[in-house]
Design a protein around this ligand. Structure first.
Ligand code: CUA
Length: 354
């Protein structure tokens, strides 16, 4: 009877395992939608990395498992192993092949990165500010509009200038395949060209404190005409507190500001559907404001305004000073703050008290 070489079986097994492994890694949907020009080249790069990783993994595991089985000590066999002292040919092979693979992948990765980071014609500057626990954006080339929503025009390249006011954050838009640290004392940059209309999450990807997991906002990519309307509305909102855009309804206007300013990341408010727990809940704000305003000898409206603009002046018991950003007075216009104050005192009458 002809004896098969033991390596033949192992090789066949490794080939089958490789084919199955590649089919599995390619079938898994690793990524969210492709919403920027960087998405496709990055996803292809990852597919190539996965395809090359599978045979390496399978080869190493096959050799390891085969050796454990084939060269195991038989019962009662107390002999030492054979005194093997290296194998130059084998060592040259296992150094050279990985060197070639890793160098080729590094070159490929560098080419993709260089391409993605290249300066683009007509790019617009947007400043991104990170702070515990919200993102804010301003548009120096659109009349200095400040916004807590990131809104972009489809097919218009953007360069982000990213800063942090307090600790490390990480500006991440998974659908754009874009991710860059926000570092206190530095301005970091990243370019993107959104090419798909839609809403996508903006996520903080660096543990930055108690509200880290709620430091999420939305980026909206709009067609040119919608984008220009949004820009015009922003200017209008600074003047009338968002009333015109809400069709004159003060509660709608207030809710839009509450959502857009990211208040819900830290505060629970039933009317806005938010459940943040970093700061005081606002469902019974009217009663709380009446109580604290009386202590301070001011009106409830003055109290709520001060709580937004100068949060350190009066810190609600059981909450820490410095958690609430102190610059909403510059992020929002006086009319917008008026709208928010009225809104909070209107809807903050207690979910049960209504
Ligand atoms: Cu900011 Cu995590």
């Amino acid at each position: 009877m002809r004896r098969r070489h033991p390596l033949l079986g192992a090789t066949l097994l490794a080939l089958v395992a490789t084919a199955i492994g590649i089919a599995i890694v390619l079938a898994i949907d690793w990524w969210p939608s492709q919403a920027s020009t960087a998405s496709k080249p990055i996803d292809t790069l990852y597919d190539v990395l996965l395809i090359i990783s599978v045979p390496v993994f399978v080869l190493v595991m096959t050799v390891a498992l085969y050796s454990v089985y084939a060269f195991r000590a038989r019962p009662g066999d107390m002999r030492d192993g054979a005194p093997i002292h290296g194998n130059t040919r084998l060592e040259v092979v296992w150094v050279t092949i990985p060197f070639i693979i890793v160098s080729a992948l590094a070159a490929y990765g560098w080419i993709v990165l260089d391409d993605i980071e290249a300066k683009q014609k007509g790019e617009m500057r947007i400043n991104v500010t990170a702070q515990q626990f919200a993102w804010s954006f301003d548009y120096p080339e659109e009349g200095g509009i400040k916004s807590n929503q990131l809104v972009l025009e489809k097919d218009r390249p953007v360069r982000f200038y990213i800063k942090s006011k307090d600790v490390l954050h990480d500006f991440w838009v998974p659908d754009f395949r874009l991710k860059t640290d926000a570092v206190p004392g530095l301005t970091t940059h990243i370019r993107v060209k959104p090419n798909r209309v839609g809403s996508y999450p903006v996520v903080c990807a660096e543990l930055c404190g108690i509200g880290h997991s709620t430091m999420r906002q939305t980026v909206r990519v709009l067609e040119k005409a919608d984008y220009e309307k949004w820009i015009a509305d922003q200017g209008q909102s600074e003047e009338d507190g968002g009333m015109a855009a809400a069709g004159g309804d003060p509660v709608d206007a207030g809710r839009t500001l509450f959502d857009g300013t990211g208040c819900g990341a830290c505060h629970t408010l039933a009317d806005a559907g938010s459940t943040g727990a970093v700061g005081p809940e606002l469902d019974d704000l009217a009663a709380q404001a009446a109580k604290y305003a009386k202590q301070e000898g001011i009106s409830p409206e003055q109290y709520v305004r001060q709580a937004i603009v100068e949060p350190s002046e009066f810190v609600v018991p059981d909450f820490d000073d410095g958690l609430m950003p102190g610059d909403y007075g510059t992020q929002l216009s006086p009319a917008e703050i008026d709208t928010l104050v009225k809104y909070l005192l209107t809807v903050g009458k207690g979910a049960n008290a209504q």
